[in-house]
Design a protein around this ligand. Structure first.
Ligand SMILES: [Zn+2]
Length: 501
């Protein structure tokens, strides 16, 4: 039995997004449990599809004694404030020091955190953790598939394992895999050999989905190479919205034999490089996507429109109105859009009461370029308190507290309904609609503020999925961002132009 410290600090930073992640954002959690310190973190993550939960179960099953330090996550957004970073990282490291001596450390990290002070939030955190425990203690971490892997991260831990599904249905399983690598090091008494390579192109997140090519095949190849070479492999396509030098794709390998690690890594890297052209993606303008969905959607087989550029899971605030405008402008029938995050409008709906018809100014509060509030009359069809538990494959077991929620029906286009919520979360679970009385499968058109995660729960009921390009801060084509710190020479999209630096 070993004594192992458990911690976690997750944030996916879109440096181009409108709002920062301050300490209250980590207290709210944005769909995740709120920030936790010490022993309570075990209960807070238990039973959910969360990496730490999987790691904790695996380590306990292996007979280890666990010490909780700190665990925190917030909705993706602009940089983590210096205050939030120092409070959470500071508490994690302080509690780790108080827990010493420990035999090992497991950390639940995202890998794409930028703080106001540190471009590489995880690299700095790992540096502090290593400083606290010393060189002799193995450290293993799980990572999001959207991590931007860096030199400092690689140097800061003995092993990393990333999700291999997007939608991330394997978060808990990935934590368990990281835990098994840590357990192996503790039992074997020796450290793993590791290696990694970066790749020199970026790709928008909609084309990183593991349900579609090329990622479907790449992750199958990865699993086959792991078996062939007896190593642990990861492929992280990256989060192409963080403006810092090391943003981008990478592959990582860990094993007991350096030669096998290098061979497996080389093969995986070559396969990703060969697949570059397959990462190109079709994007549809809102007007075109709505027109097609009106023709093709039917109750029982709705057409799903992914409002990818306002995805709260990639730094959007979930309040842009481009797609809503197109649905109402074309008087779509059987259409539901969600979640539109607007605390004021949801509050107004609750004040007015069920059945009331009144003028609303919906969304547009983030002042994203090209976007504005949508003005119109709506009837309040249903009110709800925003407290429910998710049931879909990705968010299963997550307990949502989204504040006031409401279902509105457009007066100008009575076939269009809008699901309002007060706190932002990505529309990736059907319960978010059922909570206000909408049964998603009965609609003709579902407009979702999500890039890919919705696919786990919604693709099985969808006739087809169209990825829509409407105004928002989570641009699907990385060439459109105004990069200032990105390294020179990286291609800004598959087969695209090289960044001039
Ligand atoms: Zn992710």
């Amino acid at each position: 039995m070993a004594r192992i410290a458990i911690g976690g600090f997750q944030h996916e930073t879109n440096t181009f997004a409108p709002s920062p992640a301050d300490y209250p954002a980590f207290e709210a959690g944005g769909g995740w449990p709120g920030v936790q310190y010490g022993e309570p973190l075990f209960a807070a993550v238990a039973g959910a599809n969360i990496p730490a939960a999987g790691a904790i179960d695996a380590l306990r099953a292996a007979g280890h004694q666990l010490v909780g330090t700190a665990w925190a996550a917030a909705s993706p957004s602009a940089a983590v404030t210096g205050d939030a970073y120092e409070r959470i990282a500071g508490e994690l490291v302080k509690r780790l020091r108080d827990a010493l001596p420990v035999d090992g450390v497991y950390l639940d990290l995202h890998g794409a955190m930028v703080s106001e002070r540190f471009d590489d939030g995880e690299g700095e955190l790992l540096r502090r953790v290593r400083e606290a425990v010393g060189p002799g203690v193995p450290v293993a971490a799980s990572l999001d598939l959207h991590c931007n892997f860096t030199r400092a991260m690689f140097a800061g831990a003995d092993a990393f394992v990333a999700y291999r599904t997007y939608p991330h249905v394997d978060m808990a399983e990935t934590g368990a895999r990281a835990a098994r690598l840590l357990d192996g090091m503790l039992r074997g008494g020796s450290r793993l050999k590791g290696a990694w390579h970066g790749l020199d192109f970026l790709t928008g997140i909609p084309s990183q989905c593991s349900f579609i090519e090329p990622c479907r095949s790449l992750y199958a190849d990865l699993a086959a190479l792991e078996k062939k070479f007896d190593v642990s492999l990861s492929f992280t396509p990256g989060f192409p919205m963080a403006d810092f030098a090391e943003c981008g794709m990478a592959v990582q390998a860990y094993g007991t034999e350096a030669r096998k690690v290098e061979q497996a890594l080389g093969e995986l890297r070559a396969r990703v490089a060969d697949a570059e052209k397959d990462f190109a993606l079709d994007l549809h303008l809102a007007e075109d996507a709505v027109a097609r969905a009106r023709r093709r959607g039917e109750p029982g087989r709705p057409v799903v429109l992914a409002d990818t550029q306002d995805n709260p899971g990639a730094g959007g605030n979930g309040d842009t109105t481009g797609l809503l405008r197109a649905l109402i402008g074309q008087r779509a029938e059987g259409a539901a859009l969600g979640l539109l995050i607007d605390k004021d409008a949801a509050g107004r709906a609750h004040e007015a009461g069920q059945g009331a018809t009144l003028a609303f100014s919906l969304g547009g509060k983030s002042r994203v370029e090209g976007d504005a509030p949508f003005e119109g009359e709506f009837t309040v069809e249903k009110l709800a308190d925003g407290k429910f538990t998710c049931t879909g494959p990705m968010f299963k077991g997550f307990r949502m507290t989204l504040g006031n929620m409401a279902l509105l029906r457009s007066k100008a286009a009575p076939g269009v309904r809008v699901v309002l919520a007060s706190r932002k979360v990505q529309a990736a679970d059907q319960e978010m609609f059922r909570h206000v009385g909408v049964e998603p499968v009965k609609e003709r058109i579902l407009a979702l503020k999500s890039s890919v995660h919705f696919r786990a729960d919604f693709e099985p009921i969808a006739k087809e999925v169209l990825v829509v390009k409407a105004p928002g801060p989570a641009l699907a084509d990385p060439t459109e961002f105004k990069w200032t710190k990105l390294r020179k020479g990286v291609r800004l999209r598959p087969l695209g132009p090289e960044h001039a630096g």
